[in-house]
Design a binder for this molecule. Structure first.
Ligand SMILES: C[S@@+](CC[C@H](N)C(=O)[O-])C[C@H]1O[C@@H](n2cnc3c(N)ncnc32)[C@H](O)[C@@H]1O
Length: 175
């Protein structure tokens, strides 16, 4: 996992933002995001694994982070969020999972729908040359993600190389 401080500096996550962590896992990014957006903001943390969501909900409650809402959701399906309701989205090492890779277009179309104009999307994936991580055949080069997101209405802003992982940043293009 990448240091959340580096990720949120690149995503420019601020107090009052509405953050979506799609495929949140145990929720390290979501918890740090909840601290950063503060009580005036909101964090939606979605994962298909009920155990991750139960643990994250308990942790958020114990930490008094009422702005974090963790929910069992399959990100390859329509997201349980209104249009243009999110300011910053994150897909953290989830796109390479084969059923998600196969549904990338649906995932990006939903991300485009829920992001506000001027919002940002970050995609973290494992680099091709990293010594550990998913099998190399499953790893996604940044260029493939840039092309797939461009086809779904996103403009690339930057690709930050963190060595074993990279963070690609996007914003919705104008309608
Ligand atoms: C490698 S973990 C990454 C967790 C977290 N984003 C991070 O970077 O630490 C991938 C997560 O994606 C979740 N996941 C896989 N397929 C999913 C889907 N279709 N919808 C939502 N979550 C999914 C898994 O349950 C797992 O928690």
């Amino acid at each position: 996992m990448q240091d959340p401080r580096t990720v949120f500096a690149a995503l420019d996550l601020k107090p009052g933002d509405v953050f979506l962590d799609a495929g949140c896992g145990l929720g390290e990014y979501a918890l740090e995001a909840a601290r950063r957006v503060g009580p005036t903001g909101m964090v939606h943390a979605f994962d298909v694994t009920p155990g991750c969501i139960a643990d994250l909900s308990s942790q958020a409650a114990a930490l008094g982070l009422a702005q974090l809402r963790a929910c069992v959701a399959d990100i390859t399906r329509p997201l349980p969020l209104p249009d243009a309701s999110v300011t910053v989205g994150l897909l953290g090492t989830v796109l390479h999972i084969p059923p998600v890779t196969r549904s990338m277009e649906a995932v990006f179309t939903e991300m485009r729908r829920v992001l506000r104009p001027g919002g940002r999307l970050g995609v973290i994936e494992c680099s091709q040359h990293a010594p550990c991580g998913p099998p190399r055949s499953m790893r996604l080069p940044a260029a493939r993600i840039v092309d797939a997101l461009a086809a779904c209405g996103f403009l690339p802003l930057a690709v930050n190389d963190f060595g074993n992982t990279y963070l690609a940043l996007f914003q919705p293009s104008l309608p």
